[in-house]
Design a protein around this ligand. Structure first.
Ligand code: FMN
Length: 208
């Protein structure tokens, strides 16, 4: 009996060791950065990326700027209709795909492997270090008219995307928002439900 229990424990430990673990991000740095008018002056799309990865601190700051929590009641850096907060940010890197958890400032693993190429059809997508995928959870808008759902999903993504643009301008990062997403392949890689709809993707990295 004792042997069986030990065996089960060993198997459980092995399974845990192989399973992707959540990644705790450093506390975001919410002070400083470039003055707003300068960042607006620098905001632009870029499509040439080096292979340099983002540090955990930079990724944490980027995600907080995008759609982090900026008030004790859980409200965020971007507005959302009736504060429903329907947009989730998935983070696709060379190693894995993660879901940004703003409450715990953490990356929740969704799938292990390199799914970057699935998130777009432009060459840079597969080698830039980070592709963000914006996903609207229509289950949170169940009582909203269909055309309004699409409007809210697009508008809320736009605010978040612009936050990413301004953070990137401030930090000398390159970024481009993209409508060209292989939605079927990405939804499969991210194990999305049918009522989770991909709005846009946004590539982020360092200049070449
Ligand atoms: C909704 C939307 C979808 C876009 N889709 C793509 C895209 O799939 N690929 C791409 O390279 N750029 C895409 N862009 C970026 C635009 O091409 C870019 O914003 C435009 O050329 C203006 O350049 P700027 O951002 O530097 O001002 C998209 C922009 C928006 C707002």
């Amino acid at each position: 009996m004792k042997k069986v229990v030990v065996g089960v424990l060993v198997l459980a430990a092995a399974a845990l060791a192989g399973a992707p673990q959540p990644i705790a991000l450093p506390k975001p740095q919410t002070q400083g950065g470039m003055p707003l008018m300068q960042a607006l002056n620098q905001r632009r799309s870029g499509r040439e990326f080096s292979g340099q990865k983002l540090s955990p601190q930079t990724l944490s700051n980027l995600l907080w700027a995008a759609f982090g929590i900026n008030r004790p009641d859980g409200r965020r850096t971007a507005p959302s209709a009736s504060n429903r907060q329907t947009i989730d940010i998935y983070v696709v890197t060379a190693e894995a795909a993660y879901l940004y958890n703003p409450k715990d400032q953490r990356l929740e693993p969704v799938a292990t492997g390199d799914f970057r190429a699935a998130t777009g059809n432009q060459d840079f997508v597969s080698h830039a270090p980070v592709n963000l995928v914006f996903v609207s959870d229509y289950a949170k808008m169940a009582k909203t008219a269909a055309e309004t759902q699409a409007l809210y999903a697009g508008a809320e993504t736009g605010y978040i995307s612009q936050n990413v643009y301004l953070y990137c301008a401030s930090e000398g990062l390159v970024t481009v928002v993209r409508a060209t997403v292989d939605r079927a392949a990405t939804a499969k890689a991210l194990a999305l439900r049918p009522d989770q709809k991909i709005t846009l993707a946004q590539t982020v990295g360092y200049p070449k």
